[in-house]
Design a protein around this ligand. Structure first.
Ligand SMILES: [Zn+2]
Length: 260
């Protein structure tokens, strides 16, 4: 149900994780374990899963922050003001963000994904963590860069930032239309390095993790601080939610990180 993810330079002081579906009823796109409250699941199921997740992580429900994601490059800074607001106020304040950053110990920031790329960040020396959701739009809008920028504002150093990718769709599974290729080119992504065409269909296949890795390296993140466990959501659909397999009305992985 929880898969811990380990940065290349890991330490006991930080916990990064993603969720797994667990026991799956193949007729139910929300089974088994789904913490996402805005993709059609019942609020009761989501509340039960969230409570279980927080219990296992050893944090309170109030200390796990997620946003209503909209495929933007907007980054929310989680400060004491947001933490003191009530659940409704919080929901409103965190509408329209696709990355969350904090420097408050014990506060977990998380993003929901089902094929899109989750990135978890930590600067353990500065005590700054972040979670970002990058589908093809967020990738093209450079959310990876925007997230690093907010971490730097909170005192992180580019040479100390560790990044790990959570489960997401692999290049072979990620067939896209040429409008996506055009958009990536317009936004300065190296299409020759991250796109291949299927020899039979002629369709473009984009390496979303590769595109985000490019942006991180361009920003100055060290290659040895970037870790890709290579978990494909669509290939491993019995473990992970995949919107391409299940449709968008389905559960999501919750990918999060916090300083213990
Ligand atoms: Zn795959």
């Amino acid at each position: 149900m929880i898969r811990e993810l380990f940065f290349n330079q890991s330490s006991d002081s930080v916990c990064a994780f993603t969720t797994e579906r667990g026991a799956v009823d193949r007729f139910d796109p929300y089974s088994g374990f789904n913490c996402c409250d805005y993709t059609g699941d019942t609020s009761q199921h989501v509340a039960e899963c969230r409570a279980e997740l927080c219990h296992r992580l050893g944090i309170s429900d109030n200390d796990l922050l997620t946003a209503r994601q909209v495929h933007s490059a907007n980054v929310a800074v989680i400060d004491h003001g947001i933490l003191q607001s009530d659940a409704n106020d919080r929901r409103e304040r965190l509408y329209g963000f696709d990355a969350l950053v904090t420097n408050i110990p014990g506060i977990a920031v998380g993003v929901f994904t089902a094929d899109c790329v989750p990135m978890l960040f930590a600067d353990m020396r500065a005590g700054v963590v972040a979670a970002a959701h990058a589908g093809w739009k967020g990738t093209a809008y450079h959310i990876a860069t925007a997230t690093v920028d907010e971490m730097l504002h909170l005192g992180a150093s580019v040479e100390d930032i560790q990044v790990i990718f959570g489960p997401s769709i692999c290049q072979s599974c990620f067939e896209v239309g040429d409008e996506v290729v055009d958009m990536f080119e317009r936004h300065g992504l190296p299409i020759g390095e991250i796109m291949e065409r299927n020899h039979t269909t002629g369709k473009a296949h984009i390496d979303l993790v590769g595109a985000n890795t490019y942006l991180l390296l361009e920003k100055g993140i060290r290659a040895l601080n970037i870790c890709d466990p290579g978990l494909c959501t669509k290939c491993n659909h019995e473990k992970f939610f995949s919107a391409r397999r299940l449709g968008i009305n389905s559960g999501r992985q919750l990918n999060g990180v916090f300083i213990r």
